[in-house]
Write a protein that binds this ligand. Structure first.
Ligand code: C5P
Length: 289
């Protein structure tokens, strides 16, 4: 695949995509002693994305332009990603960061995690650090359980708390994605006493024949009835399922026309979009190994 060439804006920032993911299924198979849950899931990259804008300099400062309302720099994932990489490598260069936020927040499509992964991948290139992918993935895991997947950059059967990857081919297809207008804090779903945490493990070889579901869906639907309504609506067209801890729900289609037809029938006050499956992350070439 040809190397990615970033767009350059008038202010001299380079733009890098941060694609979304869908969890084609998500099983909770146990819980670690630190409270994190052991998962099995297929993570699918899709072509809906945020754009992270970066301008490097020699100052050594990490500056966040246009911070999200109510999100101080120290809890902003793209700022934290840049700082973590700088501290880890002792790099003396700086960067100014901005974000064109398109992906729903609290939507289960991995937007914040993908933004952080894109910062690590892009700065690995722009700061000429040449860290191997495995090292970037380990750094990413310190920022969030979904970050390593985006650095891995290929569709994968994902295990552990989100750090163990087996690559898989998922094939070409389109998705209709509905975004119920609720923000789901992930910890609220994982800590719910009704969550089942004992789904029997499956193997990657058994994937094709395994019956799968999203174990977080029942809890999320109970906490947020709009999610259940969205699944019911989409189920009229194709089998619908929630991604991650919600709130987005999706169904798979063979063509963009089929997916777009469903989205065009959405009631006015509902939000949704179509997206195609991607076989790899656009910044796949930014880390070696
Ligand atoms: O790692 P991340 O910040 O995405 O996770 C948010 C929260 O979701 C964690 O603090 C934890 O409560 C929960 N979680 C979990 N098991 C996972 C991933 C996340 O319990 N595998």
């Amino acid at each position: 695949m040809a190397d990615f060439i970033p767009a350059l804006n008038d202010a001299g920032f380079s733009g890098f995509p941060a694609p979304a993911k869908l969890n084609l299924f998500l099983h909770v198979i146990g819980r670690r002693s630190d409270g994190y849950h052991l998962l099995q899931s297929v993570f699918q990259l899709i072509d809906a994305h945020d754009t992270v804008w970066l301008k490097t300099d020699a100052s050594g400062d990490i500056v966040r332009e246009n911070p999200l309302p109510g999100v101080p720099a120290q809890s902003d994932l793209i700022w934290r990603a840049a700082r973590l990489l700088q501290e880890h490598t002792g790099c003396r260069l700086g960067v100014t960061l901005d974000l064109d936020k398109r992906l729903p927040m609290g939507g289960g499509v991995g937007g914040g995690s993908s933004d952080a992964a894109t910062v690590l991948l892009a700065l690995n290139r722009l700061w000429k650090l040449e860290l191997p992918r495995s090292e970037l993935m380990a750094l990413g895991l310190q920022l969030g359980a979904d970050v390593p997947f985006f650095i891995y950059g290929r569709n994968a059967f994902v295990e552990g708390i989100g750090e163990i990857m087996t690559p898989i081919e998922t094939g070409e297809c389109w998705f209709a994605v509905l975004h119920p207008q609720v923000h789901v804090p992930t910890p609220d779903i994982f800590r719910d006493p009704d969550l089942t945490r004992d789904t029997p493990p499956i193997t990657v070889r058994g994937l094709a024949t395994a019956s799968t579901r999203n174990d977080l869906e029942a809890v999320a639907c109970r906490q947020h009835p709009l999610i259940a309504e969205s699944i019911n609506w989409l189920n009229h067209y194709a089998p619908a399922r929630m991604t991650g801890s919600g709130s987005c729900v999706f169904a798979r289609f063979a063509s963009q026309e089929d997916a777009a037809r469903v989205i065009s029938r959405l009631p006015d006050f509902w939000h949704g979009f179509t997206a195609s499956a991607m076989s790899q992350h656009p910044l796949q070439g930014f880390a070696g190994g």
